[in-house]
Write a protein that binds this ligand. Structure first.
Ligand code: LEU
Length: 454
């Protein structure tokens, strides 16, 4: 049967392939671009600690829930709920995920485009002997242009489209397996350089010595939203990938490995960035440009910096690709299975629609900067609505679905495939998805939106 036929579904071929693809989805711009920048905006260590708490108590159990829903249903995010809860409104949870995936990819492609530009800037040695201020204006001038950032964004979307057309096994799995480990190595090298800079200590303090009085409701909501964003949760991605996981795989172990890898890489990225931020006198709260402004300073100050900067931005782009394909796959799987169209057409359609919205995200950095809603430009608005609203809401319903609608017996049956189930661990998992995750999400969500204060 051909890969495009609707009755044959793709599957990941090996255990390593599953982990590489899921970790490839999780590890991306979220870890290296967004995590340091929002940690800077929300004041450092206190934000990090809250984020880590959310990862452990909410992110990990929801990741396992998504894998379970995906593997059991063998369907796209929307179809999964239709299959597991026929005739019920649960399918709208899947719809929420598809909508979030659509929104996220439109601005994600823009940032990935910036990364492509920085590969080129590295190759042409454009950072050489520039001051931190000059590197700052270099970034701002670039993203405000109406032309080049869009060219790069569209090129990135085309690459994403090409890989998704090839399909899961030959496209997604193969690339993720080779490139992820190289990225980790480069970040480690950057860490060593950053923590040996003069004045690095202040940056490490900022990242690891919490001052909880600095935390705001908005900051806590952003930490929650980012836990979802970084682990690729609430957007249908891991339901869709879960549907390609074979029954011989141990889902709990995979979820744990992916969560740990994702979190470690974010922290390593923070260790590369914050010491340098302080050493070069950059504002930690400078926003989306933080990584693009800080790291070129570091590259200038290290032996082989020219070479490392090329490699870093190249791998950042690849990390973005292994994430973007997983987001596009959500929309494509939905189009294929619900609208009954072939993979190729579904992919082209989805890419075109997302890329067009992306063009407006890019323009909202410059030409359309003044057009704001709630004080946010179009790019920030899509980011805020998806990460801080749609993803936590999706997560809330997923945990309710697994914890209350499905219940212990069905969970145990699915998790027992490919693994021995440890009874007390199962009880902990059920307790988390039944009470802690939905309760905490509801409180943080309402508090962050200013519905109540305490
Ligand atoms: N988890 C990804 C990242 O951290 C993003 C997600 C939207 C696929 O970059």
């Amino acid at each position: 049967m051909s890969k495009n036929s609707l009755s044959s579904r793709d599957v990941f071929t090996s255990r390593l392939g599953v982990i590489a693809a899921a970790a490839g989805s999780a590890v991306g711009l979220g870890n290296i671009w967004k995590f340091p920048y929002i940690t800077g905006v929300y004041g450092g260590a206190a934000f990090l600690f809250v984020y880590l708490g959310f990862i452990a108590l909410i992110g990990l159990p929801i990741m396992l829930s998504e894998f379970t829903i995906g593997r059991k249903s063998k369907s796209n995010a929307f179809g999964a709920f239709k299959k597991l809860a026929p005739g019920s409104p649960w399918k709208f949870v899947g719809m929420l995920g598809v909508a979030a995936a659509f929104m996220i990819l439109s601005f994600y492609g823009v940032v990935a485009g910036w990364s492509i530009d920085y590969i080129i800037k590295s190759v042409t040695d454009s950072f050489a002997s520039k001051s931190p201020d000059e590197l700052d204006s270099m970034f701002t001038q670039f993203i405000e242009q109406p032309g080049l950032p869009i060219v790069y964004q569209l090129s990135f979307m085309l690459m994403t489209m090409a890989i998704v057309i090839i399909g899961v096994k030959d496209g997604i799995e193969k690339y993720a397996k080779i490139l992820m480990p190289i990225l980790i190595l480069i970040i480690l090298v950057l860490d060593v350089r950053a923590i040996t800079l003069d004045g690095a200590k202040e940056g490490l303090n900022f990242l690891f010595h919490p001052d909880f009085s600095k935390l705001t409701g908005e900051g806590v909501l952003s930490a929650l939203g980012h836990a979802f964003f970084s682990l690729s949760l609430g957007m249908g991605t891991l339901i869709t990938y879960g549907s390609y996981i074979g029954n011989q795989n141990n889902l709990a172990k995979t979820a744990l490995q992916v969560t740990v890898a994702d979190t470690l890489i974010a922290i390593l990225a923070g260790v590369a960035i914050f010491p340098a931020v302080f050493a070069f006198g950059i504002e930690p709260s400078s926003g989306p440009g933080l990584v693009f402004i800080t790291l070129p300073n570091v590259f200038q100050q290290m032996p082989g910096g020219f070479f490392f900067s090329i490699l870093f931005f190249l791998l950042l782009t690849v990390a973005a690709l292994t994430s973007s394909i997983s987001i596009l796959e959500v929309v494509v799987a939905y189009f294929r299975e619900e609208l009954k169209i072939k993979r190729k057409l579904a992919t082209i359609l989805a890419t075109a629609m997302i890329a067009i919205v992306g063009v407006f995200c890019s323009l909202s950095m410059g030409l359309l900067k003044e057009n704001t809603l709630f004080g946010l430009n179009f790019f920030d608005l899509l980011d805020w609505i998806s990460a801080n609203m749609l993803l936590p809401l999706g997560g809330l319903f997923i945990s309710l679905f697994i914890g209350w609608y499905w219940g212990r017996e069905k969970i145990e049956e699915e998790l027992a495939k490919g693994a021995g189930v440890v009874s007390w661990l199962l009880s902990v998992f059920i307790f988390l998805v039944k009470f802690i995750a939905p309760g905490a999400i509801a409180i943080v969500f309402l508090h962050g939106l200013g519905v109540f204060n305490f």
